[in-house]
Design a protein around this ligand. Structure first.
Ligand SMILES: NC(=O)c1ccc[n+]([C@@H]2O[C@H](COP(=O)([O-])OP(=O)(O)OC[C@H]3O[C@@H](n4cnc5c(N)ncnc54)[C@H](OP(=O)(O)O)[C@@H]3O)[C@@H](O)[C@H]2O)c1
Length: 269
């Protein structure tokens, strides 16, 4: 447990991995600033964490898939005079389907949330951390980052960006005492599969995404937190996921893309 009361900003803390991040940071003695869309859920979580852990929890209802939302969050922290010691860019979603058939607005929002907002948050809060010469950033990518992912092509590409961007940012920021870590979870048991856009997928998914193969979200969050406090550049959640991610990096890209096509077709249909 740490002594002072520093604040962690977590995006997407109303369910899944982000909800567990909120719990784990509160347990470690941090105050929280939560930013997601669902105000009711955030207020409920804030009440629980205040009562159980004594954490001060500030919430902001915001749609981070909208342009300019990162700046709004930044301004809200300035207005509340809340200094952010740790930034966790966790909010994200993925849609399945062939790119040629996908809804363009959905694609735009996915890129805005997973890529643009995440980058702007790093720029804004990371800028202050650089000046203060201290701070930590945890960005959530995915094992989808490690190879092309047909049938979730846009999602996978956004997560490849998160991985590459985070690792590069980490090398820039290490000179200023700021740690940047990228967490890549594999299939994890959260609401993520309900938002994928394939009717009933959350329950009927088999193969890679089968419910029985999903990691509990608590475990994925713990792995991310441990890596962040250990100052790691990157971590893949789980032994088998780590092995698969690195095997994909070593395989010729056409082999990895073809194999991924087979696996993703089975997982999304
Ligand atoms: N589950 C997996 O298998 C898996 C695997 C690899 C990577 N990941 C990544 O892990 C991260 C967390 O996902 P999860 O699995 O925990 O999914 P989840 O249970 O669906 O949680 C997603 C969180 O993001 C928030 N969110 C979604 N859209 C938002 C928006 N437009 N504006 C603000 N907040 C938004 C949601 O809150 P509100 O609804 O309240 O806005 C929710 O708190 C994501 O980046 C995801 O890509 C997940």
């Amino acid at each position: 447990m740490k002594s002072g009361r520093e604040t962690v900003l977590i995006t997407g803390a109303t369910s899944g991995i982000g909800r567990d991040f909120a719990d784990l940071f509160a347990k470690r003695g941090y105050d929280l600033f939560l930013a997601s869309r669902n105000r009711e859920k955030m207020d409920d979580i804030a009440g629980q964490l205040q009562a159980r852990q004594g954490a001060k929890v500030t919430t902001m209802a915001v749609d981070l898939a909208q342009p300019g939302s990162a700046a709004k969050v930044y301004e809200e922290t300035l207005a509340g005079q809340i200094e952010i010691s740790i930034l966790v860019n966790n909010a994200g979603f993925g849609s399945a389907g062939e790119v040629a058939d996908m809804d363009i607005c959905n694609i735009r929002e996915m890129i805005q949330l997973n890529v643009t907002t995440l980058t702007e948050m790093c720029r804004l809060f990371g800028g202050n951390m650089k000046k203060r010469r201290t701070g930590r950033i945890l960005n959530v990518a995915s094992t989808a980052a490690y190879q092309p992912t047909p049938f979730i092509a846009v999602y996978g590409a956004t997560k490849s960006y998160v991985l590459s961007f985070s690792e590069a940012l980490a090398k820039e920021m290490e000179d200023y005492g700021v740690v940047v870590t990228c967490l890549s979870p594999g299939p994890t048991d959260t609401n993520f599969f309900e938002g994928v856009g394939v009717e009933g997928l959350a329950e009927k998914a088999h193969g890679l995404w089968a419910k029985s193969r999903r990691m509990p979200s608590r475990k994925a969050a713990e792995i991310g937190l441990d890596a962040l406090f250990a100052g790691k550049l990157s971590v893949v959640a789980g032994g088998l996921n780590t092995l698969t991610a690195f095997a994909n990096r070593l395989a010729p890209r056409k082999t990895s893309a073809s194999l991924s096509k087979k696996v993703m077709k089975q997982a999304t249909t």
